[in-house]
Design a protein around this ligand. Structure first.
Ligand code: SAH
Length: 327
């Protein structure tokens, strides 16, 4: 028997080590090059707002194939050459397989296993669909107390737990309701909150989850583009869970950072210029126009990825409102 977060950590490590995740699902930067370009522009604007520190660490957590950063750096070299010269590229990636793939596109990067291993100093960090991969714990309301979910032979086993779930508030929770807690995400929020407040900089997370914390289970498995049983065949499917943005924001704020968002991804990308950039690319490449426009719609339409996905930024408290988050 294994606690759910231990099961999920083991399953994800095996999955990312052995599989090409992009055979099973796609992500925003893989859908359109414009995502990486807009995030590159966001990073350049943030760097200016920070007072153009040189050197500055530009980092990405969970870069996958390296597509987002490759697109971002292409734009930065063209539009913000001073930033391009000042930045030192650092990538945080657990999977040796994905490290090798991304290293082919980003040969100048320094690699780390954990965000906490990044060197000190002013930092700009980007992360797309990173937090949703981190292991969660699940607590089930039973009577006046709580039970925690473990996994044994492909099924959940509940063990009464002595303390209420950490995310449990004072509100009444119906019997059988499930609460999820992602401890590694909260640890990252606290770490980044403290370091951004101390050393300066900002971190941008794009991921999926609701605006407000709410009970409900969201653990899901995807295999070959289809939903799969998350507990069967660990390591054969991609496991993710909704990001609890409200708890993440609270942890970062408590550690000293300012927080912007969460904002629906569609709104955030549109404010950064998704449609203008897509339009310009489409005009320059008529053969690709239809695909580029369809991709922008997929990213921004509320019924597609535009609403469930959110953007959240953490920043040094003295920085102005982050680009894309203006009221
Ligand atoms: N950002 C990419 C990939 C998203 S998939 C994109 O948008 O296409 C999740 C990524 O996070 C993978 O690169 C995976 O290997 C990495 N990852 C998952 N858990 C991790 C952990 N605990 N530490 C570091 N990287 C992790």
């Amino acid at each position: 028997m294994e606690r759910l977060d231990a099961f999920m950590a083991r399953a994800s490590e095996a999955y990312y080590a052995r599989h090409d995740p992009f055979a099973d699902f796609t992500t925003a930067p893989e859908i359109s090059q414009v995502v990486g370009e807009l995030l590159g522009a966001w990073a350049a604007v943030t760097w200016q707002a920070m007072g153009a520190p040189d050197p500055v660490i530009l980092a990405e957590a969970g870069p996958g194939r390296g597509t987002l950063m490759e697109d971002a750096l292409r734009l930065v070299r063209r539009m913000a050459p001073d930033f391009a010269r000042a930045l030192r590229l650092h990538l945080v990636e657990a999977s040796p397989r994905l490290r090798a793939l991304a290293a082919a596109k980003l040969p100048d990067a320094t690699w780390h296993a954990h965000i906490a291993d990044l060197p000190g100093g002013p930092l700009i960090l980007l992360a797309n669909e990173f937090l949703d991969a981190l292991p969660i714990r699940q607590f089930v309301r039973r009577g006046d107390g709580w039970a925690e979910r473990f996994v044994a032979e492909g099924a959940f086993v509940e063990m009464p737990c002595p303390v209420p779930a950490p995310a449990g508030g004072a509100e009444r929770v119906p019997d059988g309701a499930v609460r999820e807690v992602c401890e590694p995400a909260l640890a990252i929020a606290a770490h980044l909150g403290a370091r951004l407040a101390r050393d300066g900089g900002a971190a941008l997370f794009l991921d999926y989850g609701p605006e407000a914390s709410a009970p409900g289970e969201s653990l899901q498995a995807v295999r070959a583009g289809r939903p799969a049983d998350p507990l069967a065949e660990p390591g054969e499917a991609d496991l993710t869970a909704h990001v609890d943005f409200a708890s993440f924001a609270r942890a970062a704020r408590a550690a000293g950072a300012a927080v912007f968002g969460p904002l629906p991804q569609g709104m955030f990308l549109a404010r950064l210029g998704l449609y203008q950039r897509t339009d310009a690319l489409a005009r320059a490449n008529p053969a690709r126009a239809q695909g580029l426009i369809a991709a922008a719609q997929r990213l921004a339409e509320p019924a597609l990825m535009g609403r469930l996905f959110k953007a959240l930024a953490l920043a040094h408290p003295a920085l102005p409102t982050q680009a894309g988050f203006e009221a």
